[in-house]
Write a protein that binds this ligand. Structure first.
Ligand code: SF4
Ligand code: SF4
Length: 291
């Protein structure tokens, strides 16, 4: 089974448009939306949810007011300042570390598991999809990404699919690490800006660290050809395959407004043709013969 993650240094680089297009261009694939903080693949693939799992990502201290003697020890020892002077737990600040349960002399504090979000298994007209939504302020998005990836693997085995396409979280934090560990390849979508080049290098370092084959594409390369050339040179110098240069075209936004991926909405557009071409290059680079 091959797993391919589409990544970017920040949101809004066109990562989801590309991941959705790959999913539509490929037969019998499973899609995993691992951008659990701000998922938007569903807006292009329109999944019909068939299973929902509650995600318990965090623990919260709860104080039994009948037992509590208001000695203040828990408030004093909590290094996250999550217990107020009048001995109330601030649910946003509490990290669930459990120190208060240890120091309380009358066992008035317990830790309770909190629902931090939901994981979903869905059906789309292009195949099955694993995705999730973290509640606002919900903790442990990395663990939720891991759950989404486990669900995608189970689906792939059940549906006899040998390819998982992952729409990864942006950045290089914990959810991204959870998105790329164990994948075969990572496509980094870069913008031709100075910050885009910086983000690209960080994302590539992450892929190297996790021994993931990197591919690069530049989205809207024609908005700054000098920077696009710098990305191409950087890839050449570091033996990284630059698989595509996607032109700027307002039809991409039009497709999104209409809830469709670009390869469905405007298959003859220069953008759709470039995405199709780079997908073939990635699959061939991975020696994947399905699709
Ligand atoms: S569980 Fe940890 S973070 Fe939460 S209130 Fe207790 S000591 Fe503070
Ligand atoms: S340590 Fe226990 S008894 Fe003391 S204030 Fe905290 S909850 Fe109440």
């Amino acid at each position: 089974m091959k797993q391919i993650a589409v990544l970017s240094g920040k949101g809004g680089t066109g990562k989801t448009t590309i991941a959705a297009s790959f999913a539509i261009l490929t037969k019998n694939t499973i899609v995993a939306d691992c951008d659990v903080d701000a998922p938007d693949l569903h807006m292009l693939l329109h999944p019909e949810i068939i299973k929902t799992q509650k995600f318990k990502g965090a623990k919260l201290a709860v104080i039994d007011e009948e037992k509590c003697t208001k000695c203040g020890l828990c408030s004093e020892k909590c290094r996250f300042n999550a217990i107020t002077e009048d001995i109330k737990v601030d649910s946003i600040s509490c990290e669930g570390c459990g120190v208060c349960t240890i120091v309380c002399p009358v066992n008035a504090v317990t830790l309770t598991e909190q629902i931090s979000g939901n994981a979903y298994i869905s059906k789309t007209k292009h195949g099955f999809m694993a995705h999730a939504m973290l509640n606002p302020g919900g903790a442990n998005s990395g663990k939720l990404v891991t759950l989404v990836r486990q669900n995608a693997k189970i689906l792939a085995e059940k549906e006899d699919s040998d390819l998982i396409i992952i729409d990864g979280s942006p950045g290089i934090g914990c959810p991204v690490i959870a998105s790329v560990t164990g994948v075969d390849a990572g496509l980094v979508v870069a913008e031709p800006t100075m910050s885009g080049i910086h983000d690209l290098k960080r994302a590539l370092q992450l892929l190297t660290h996790f021994n993931v084959t990197p591919f690069v594409c530049v989205n809207m390369h024609d908005i700054n050809r000098d920077n696009a050339d710098k990305i191409a040179s950087f890839c050449r110098e570091n033996s990284i395959e630059a698989v595509g240069k996607i032109p700027f075209n307002p039809v991409v936004t039009e497709a999104m407004v209409n809830g469709k991926s670009i390869v469905e909405y405007a298959p003859e557009s220069d953008v759709a043709k470039e995405i199709t071409k780079m997908w073939k290059k990635i699959l061939s680079g991975l020696k994947y013969e399905g699709g």
